[in-house]
Design a protein around this ligand. Sequence first.
Ligand code: GLU
Length: 468
Amino acid sequence: MSKTVSRFAPSPTGFLHIGGARTALFAWLLARSEGGEFVLRIEDTDRERSTQEAIDAIIDAMAWLGLEHDGEIVFQSGNADRHNEVIDQLIANGHAYYCDCTKEQVDAMRELAMKEGRKPKYDGTCRGKNLGPGEGRVVRLRVPESGSTGFNDMVKGPISVENVELDDMILRRSDGTPTYNLAVVVDDHDMGVTKVLRGDDHVNNTPRQILIYQAMGWEIPRFGHVPMILGPDKKKLSKRHGALSVMEYEKMGYLPEAVINYLVRLGWSHGDQELFTREELVEHFSTDGLGNSPSVFDLTKFEWVNSQYMQQADPERIADMVMDFLEREVGAEEAAKVERDYVARVVPLLQPRAKSIVDMVEQARVFLVDVSHLQYDEAAVKKFLTPEAKAMLEELLERFEAVEELTHDSVEEVLKGYVNEKGLKFKDVGQPVRTAVSGGAPSPGLYDMLPVLGKEQTVARIRRAIEL
Ligand code: GLU
């Protein structure tokens, strides 16, 4: 058996969205799981809608997700001569022909067919005319008049269509440009692609493409079509469902391995395992595990997957991401005021609870602001910073000031010592102290938080709370 070559062939008419990224991921996994190659082709033949920005965005997103491709990127627009050469061969061997029917004529044929209850299609008027090239002429494929064209879809199983149902499709437009179906077949063949895994919006193109392979006498790759991703309302996935371009997730501080893991589970399963390492994915991936019904995008689950990876991630890496995020958010100058080492000590305290970097920065705010900018939540102040609490905080302030360095143990000693001495419950003391140092925002436990916050900030914050 020949080596698997699988490909991703995006049209650069927009950013790489979640659906496209998932298609790329499946195609990448197919190649990697079979020890094959994964090639990337940018289908930039629509010159009006293709942009360099979109090309860059696709390449960046694939790199960020770690979907590395083999060999050079192929740009379809560079292959136009080769496409035309193949069209000429098809004309020469009788599988294609010139057609000079006008648009009006073709429209009329379609209308007539519909009226007579037949499938609307080109009626073959020019098949026997033996026309040569000329102004306004297109080239069409001569589709066999009988028989059927079928294939065994890697996801959907056997699919077959009667050839009479298929149009003599255009291979070369009147302006000389090759059409999508022709270009894809030629490029896939020339790139040695053995397995085509793509969105099922292309499933109707596949029999047409197979006819071109047959007309050229080329080996036909295996095809597989993955169902779409839908929004929770079962409508086509869009921004309004919270689905963004891949790089938006990067900006929001999602981890690429979480994006990969979430996407792979949208339409693929391996028993009931939810979280996979990349090695596990490569080991277990098979098109047999791809489902044949549309998957539903679920932002809450996506956040859950991300939070799982956030918890496991190296705090140093997360600290770097927080710094990058801050730089983008508040500018380099402001971000430089924050010490990275300090952030690296804050991060592990927040890792158990943060859904994303954005979320973490939000939770880190209480560590990052100076005492003068700390916001006190009114309800928490009312509830916990009572006159009794004031007296308590005054005494605790002295005790904290007397400690040389705040550590887990020294904080515990101060607080527990005080609680025991006064015969109080821990929360009677803990809650006012927590409100004093955090302003009432959700925050990690005091034994963990105060040592990171440091003595100076702790003392200053308690002092400010006393003044409140
Ligand atoms: N360029 C096509 C698209 O983005 C995909 C072609 C293919 O996978 O065959 O829809």
